[in-house]
Design a protein around this ligand. Sequence first.
Ligand SMILES: Cc1cc2nc3c(=O)[nH]c(=O)nc-3n(C[C@H](O)[C@H](O)[C@H](O)COP(=O)(O)OP(=O)(O)OC[C@H]3O[C@@H](n4cnc5c(N)ncnc54)[C@H](O)[C@@H]3O)c2cc1C
Length: 496
Amino acid sequence: MRVPELRIQALNNQPLRSDRSFVLYWMTASRRVQWNFGLQRAVELAVALGRPLVILEALRVGYPWASDRLHRFVLQGMAENRRRLRGSPVRYYCYVELGAGHGAGLLEALANQAAVVVTDDYPCFFLPRMQQAVASRLYVRLEAVDSNGLLPMRAASQVFPTAYAFRRFLQKRLPEHLNELPDRDPLAGVTLPPPVKIDTEILQRWPEASDELLAASPEQLAKLPIDHSVGPGLADGGASAAKVVLRSFLTTKLHRYPDERNQPEADVSSGLSPWLHFGHLSTHQIFVELAQQEDWHPGSLSASTKGSKAGWWGMSEAAEAFLDELITWREVGFNMCWQRPDYDRYESLPEWAQATLAEHEGDTRQHVYSRDEFEQAATHDELWNSAQNQLLTEGRMHNYLRMLWGKKILEWSATPRDALDTMIHLNNKYALDGRDPNSYSGIFWVLGRYDRAWGPERPIFGTIRFMSSQNTARKVRVRDYIEQYRPRLRGQQTLW
Ligand SMILES: Cc1cc2nc3c(=O)[nH]c(=O)nc-3n(C[C@H](O)[C@H](O)[C@H](O)COP(=O)(O)OP(=O)(O)OC[C@H]3O[C@@H](n4cnc5c(N)ncnc54)[C@H](O)[C@@H]3O)c2cc1C
């Protein structure tokens, strides 16, 4: 099937210039060559126009929180894309900035020769701003294609205040989109003209990344002007690594997911969020593999649209619990980000949450930590410190502890706005899956987004949902977790 119209958005009013040399796919968020509506759209246009296809995948150094950890993951994904496209009829142009701003002008230079430019529609971080700025400078059509989730972002024109409201909407409107799957391999069986030669002046000014650089060794990373204090995380980037983790989750962990997802020591959640974030893995792929394993077909869907968490899909309890996170919770964040440019601002919190936090802003705090103390995992609370240390060293934190982590930052910051800044900074600097719509859903959930008022009213929190380390330790097993992640040497938090 063709890419659905609802997923395609023109970012400028320029025409398609069919006399030009090639179709350009500017890969920015869906950094994969399979299950990708953006690449599929570019292939469709190249075939229709009888033009070769060029894929530009670039990596800047000047974006916020650029570090060895984030770069290594992206570079590994680029290396895999280069390997996969070798021998294909596509010219894959892989560019890595060696200095801030060095890449400026490359997209325009290529676009000057392109009949049309296709890119990824991603609603968060610096990408929308960057694409809007580029769109106004191009003299050719620039299209953004939404390959983010099962529901096209533009299928819903309202912002949902709760996951429940969004789930109800999904139950009414998702079925009509469930058959709209991207091609597993958009290049399979396609005849394209032979790959184009890129102009020598362009290649000289913006040289392609070497295989050595893409190998992302510590020596190569050390040459880049990025933050070297944030070392590699626990996971490797790329679609193949994602596939291994997905298979292992589906075959060995999924059945334990409903009962043990909240247990940090059980570690039965999928761990897929870094690959989802960098676009190395598609929700559609996960959904198709899960549906096959469950022997599911669309006729199994329930007709009920009451918004209940379980029973709608007609899959096992475990699969439904997982889909509620992967689809409802993940995509409600995309819904917020594409419609609210202020999705990362304190003022985007619901009014009741802002009011109750304001009322308690002057309350006495027993502990107030600076951002530095939080960052160094140097609070009085050993569970919190261990969770922060896991984030520092591995680039991940278990979901249940992430909620506690945020609630304590709210409790131990001078103001709720300080707490928000600290959460955004630490999450986005250290988490492999940070800088994502989910990051803002989770962080703002700590402050009341997608939630309701809870009694009793408490100091600092007001009616914002409260969590404590003591209650957490009673509810979930954390002794071994604390032992494993406790910061060993003050001032030397990282393990590498
Ligand atoms: C303070 C705070 C910050 C967070 N920051 C991020 C972040 O930067 N990036 C991020 O991807 N998630 C974030 N989350 C949400 C959640 O913690 C992670 O998505 C989840 O822990 C990822 O682990 P997993 O892949 O094993 O999840 P699984 O349980 O296996 O779920 C599968 C997928 O569903 C999505 N998902 C799961 N839980 C949530 C959730 N609560 N909200 C939205 N989507 C969800 C993720 O894409 C996840 O990979 C945050 C939550 C909190 C409370």
